[in-house]
Unconditional design. Structure first.
Length: 227
């Protein structure tokens, strides 16, 4: 599903299986990257979606994971192997991805196993900048939902695009969630003043005011009954 020039949603309900969180493909000329990987339950369909929108002159450079959860990351090993791309995640979630921890990755919620995946590049610290063709993609550590949750930011057609996959949470003890970290991370996301939010379960939110309103809904859950 095309969102704008150089940006597509390639996984999620209606595109792959209902258990998949949204996954996005972003392209900067001859290089492209995936944001998240879904569950892997409909890998062939996801692969077909990727190949259908990936420009002929472009190749994939990275698979960026926003966090370790099953619905976002269980398909990572399959995608990495098929497309020959490195998996990127924050170091604070990497151990759970590499061990296939069923509790922290939420695989147990789905009655599933979490396929272990090697994290080829572990983000450390608060931020890191990646080049994907003509694009710069900034990884920003946003703990709270999980210890190693990451948001990714880039610019397309003069707009700031924020991949904040699980802005909505939830916060669960078995995920090692932390409310204080979550609140700080939401405030950080607000400060980015993004034009477009690509979320994992709520789709795409467009317009600075709407993005801010969406984030504030979870920062102050009793303050806004909209959406």
């Amino acid at each position: 599903m095309k969102i704008s020039d150089g940006l597509w949603m390639v996984a999620g309900p209606g595109l792959t299986c209902d258990e998949d969180a949204a996954a996005y493909l972003v392209c900067g000329g001859t290089r492209a990257a995936l944001i998240d990987a879904g569950t892997g339950r409909e890998h062939e369909r996801l692969s077909k979606n990727i190949r259908a929108v990936l420009p002929a002159e472009a190749s994939l450079s990275f698979l960026f994971l926003t966090h370790c959860h099953y619905d976002h990351a269980a398909g990572a090993a399959l995608l990495s192997r098929e497309f020959g791309i490195p998996v990127v995640a924050h170091e604070k979630d990497s151990a759970f991805l590499e061990s296939g921890d069923k509790a922290v990755t939420a695989a147990s919620w789905y009655g599933a196993e979490m396929p272990p995946v090697r994290v080829d590049h572990q983000i450390s610290g608060g931020q890191e900048l990646f080049s994907v063709g003509s694009l710069k993609i900034q990884a920003i550590h946003c703990p709270g939902h999980t210890p190693g949750s990451v948001a990714y930011v880039t610019h397309l057609d003069g707009k700031k695009i924020l991949f904040g996959q699980d802005v909505h949470g939830p916060l669960v003890a078995s995920f090692l969630s932390n409310r204080e970290d979550y609140v700080r991370s939401l405030n950080l996301l607000l400060s980015l003043n993004a034009d477009v939010l690509c979320e994992g379960h709520y789709g795409v939110v467009e317009g600075k005011a709407e993005v801010a309103r969406f984030i504030r809904r979870f920062l102050n859950p009793g303050a806004d009954s909209g959406l």
